[in-house]
Design a protein around this ligand. Structure first.
Ligand code: C2E
Ligand code: MG
Ligand code: MG
Ligand code: MG
Length: 277
């Protein structure tokens, strides 16, 4: 009574999984169709430099607002796309869309660093560096302007292959970040072996920072450790002023969260950045 992945295909072991597999495939075919009709877009959530107080960039977050299914949470359809193999196409499309947008911002916001989420399977795709080389050249965007967010578990999977790809991306100049840090099983000592520049503390440790002494200790010591290992730290999920103040006090480098801004579409994001200036 289980389903497992084998290469590109999903092995079906019982009737229930067969049905959910069919559901996945039909949702993925809707996704492909609606993507081509313009129903998939990116929202941008500002990233704040806690030392200077400036917005210096954003994280791009995918949004599928389906005429047929309504709002589909990214966690859900990304997981499905990984299982059906659709993620490959989705990621290359996403990279094209986001990097094209960064190219458009070059004049007004030349120093922007924009973060893109990669999924587990992307880190097993040895063509990823070439794909990124092609796209950044096409839109004349320097790799230094793009942050690639990967999760701990994506790296821990096939570590050797992931490491080869990450090293190549780092050599090309991309800024690399470990997303959702603290939710996986890796130790910071292990992460130090990776060519990553930044650690993103998962929102689970940040959401209740102001009232949780335990989270305060965890966040504070993670920041210190990361700094001692030469990495920058971003905290995600900052929802109140007090948490923001604590993070600043702890020496955290960057913050992201509803208190600063929700993820918003391009024109609202641009307005937000212009207001900040
Ligand atoms: P993530 O990369 O860890 O993104 C952070 C999530 O936290 C986002 O959820 C964001 O909207 C949410 N968030 C930001 N600030 C706050 C806050 O103050 N409070 C709370 N409660 N939440 C906050 P979202 O947009 O639903 O994305 C969920 C996950 O889906 C992302 O987690 C990422 O793993 C994945 N994802 C999103 N866009 C993409 C994409 O383009 N490609 C891939 N492969 N994955 C994506
Ligand atoms: Mg992320
Ligand atoms: Mg995260
Ligand atoms: Mg997450």
């Amino acid at each position: 009574d289980f389903a497992r992945t084998s290469g590109e295909s999903f092995v079906i072991c019982n009737e229930e999984h067969k049905n959910s597999q069919e559901k996945y495939l039909s949702l993925m075919s809707d996704l492909r169709e609606e993507l081509s009709q313009g129903h998939v877009k990116f929202a941008f959530q500002p990233k704040l430099n806690l030392q200077t107080g400036d917005v210096f960039g954003a994280e791009a977050l995918i949004r599928w607002i389906s005429p047929k299914h309504g709002f589909v949470p990214p966690d859900e359809f990304i997981t499905m796309a990984e299982q059906t193999g659709d993620i490959k196409h989705l990621t290359s499309w996403a990279l094209g869309q986001i990097i094209e947008q960064v190219g458009k911002w070059k004049k007004e916001f030349p120093e922007f660093l924009v973060a893109v989420n990669l999924s587990t399977r992307d880190l097993q795709n040895e063509n990823l560096p070439d794909l990124l080389r092609m796209i950044t050249r096409e839109f004349e965007v320097a790799p230094e302007r793009i942050c690639l967010e990967v999760t701990e578990s994506a790296v821990m999977g096939d570590m050797k292959r992931a490491l080869k790809i990450l090293n190549e991306l780092a050599d090309m100049g991309f800024y690399l970040s470990i997303d959702d840090y603290g939710t996986g099983y890796s130790s910071l000592a292990y992460i130090k072996k990776l060519p990553v520049h930044e650690l993103k503390i998962d929102k689970a440790f940040v959401l209740n920072l102001a009232t949780s002494p335990e989270d305060q200790i965890l966040v504070q010591s993670t920041i210190d450790l990361a700094h001692n290992l030469g990495m920058k730290v971003t905290a995600e999920g900052v929802e109140d002023e007090q948490s923001l103040a604590l993070l600043k006090q702890y020496g955290c480098d960057c913050a992201q969260g509803y208190f600063i801004s929700r993820p918003v579409f391009v024109s609202e994001f641009e307005d937000f950045c212009r207001d900040q200036k």
